[in-house]
Write a protein that binds this ligand. Sequence first.
Ligand code: IPM
Ligand code: MN
Length: 366
Amino acid sequence: MEAKISKKKFDILVLPGDGVGPEVINQAIKIIDVVNELTEIEIRYEFDYIGGACLDRYNQSIREETLKKALKVDAVLLGAVGGPKWDKQRPEQALLTLRKRMNVFANLRPIKDYFNSNVDIMFVRELTGGIYFGPKKLIQTKKGYIVKDVLVYKQEEIERVLRIAFELAKSRNKNLVSVDKANVLASSKLWRELADKIAKDYPEVKLRHMLVDSFAYSLIKNPKNFDVVVSENLFGDILTDEAAILVKSLGMLPSASIGYKLKNGLYRGLYEPVHGSAPDIANLNIANPIGTILSVSLMFYYSFNLPYISMLIEKAVIENIKQGFLTKDISNTSNYKTTSEVGENIKNILKSLLLKELQVSVRNYK
Ligand code: IPM
Ligand code: MN
């Protein structure tokens, strides 16, 4: 069915994590199972622990062997990490370690509205540098504490993520906004200079710089003005939660974290919904699985180079929304569907889409 499938067998590591993580991951697995059942593609998956779930079991938020596995598989699919139960143990650190070890420095967060606004932004968040990873210090003095979170970037770290953003802009509407705080931060000044330098390699892309405060305002006021947006780590974290307002719910947003291409031309990616573990609604079967299912769609695109299957998964999500199979966060009525009902429905739609495709390809080859 795919014009060229160079590789048909893939191994992925699945880390459901905490809170609503396992519930939404279960729905994503249904999608993977359908592809396994109906196509020649085989995706083998192995489960492991991360975050609070790992702390409970192994007394550490991620194990070395899990990190090693993550560097062997074709992709990692993750639910969510953290919750009040483990507040003092910082389970989120596991996620930061995983991102760093996988060297997935570009976090792609498509902000696409499937309801009616036509908003379609590709947000590129730098993911393995900046204030998240700089030195942290708590110093006690006679006059009280002094605390430090240091924002550090190497030129190379800025350039590589900018290049990914330029490439994406080139493949889309050729419009790139680089978000910074160059009127205050030294790191932003360098960021801006490097963006201008790299822009010379992409004459077809229109680059604009925006200050983060003004961008935060424009994003909500004129969301259709944006195509690809790139920013450093912390700005990107905050702005993408804000952007979720444009697509009705944080539960809708997927993400793909990628780094350099592997020798086989594919990306070993980390795929996770943008939302967190949402402990307040965990185990109620009401979390929105769409962000996670769309993350699987991104996995087919970036890690498996199967854009056609990726598109069919997205199509199934769109059809599901059309049919009004909506979880509580996006439903306008009190008659909303559960996490598993939505997962099941998307699975069934994908199944019929794939069956239709198979018939077509059988006919074509007869
Ligand atoms: C995200 C999350 C994480 C982040 C947390 C859980 C560490 O908010 O993926 O956006 O800040 O990167
Ligand atoms: Mn976040």
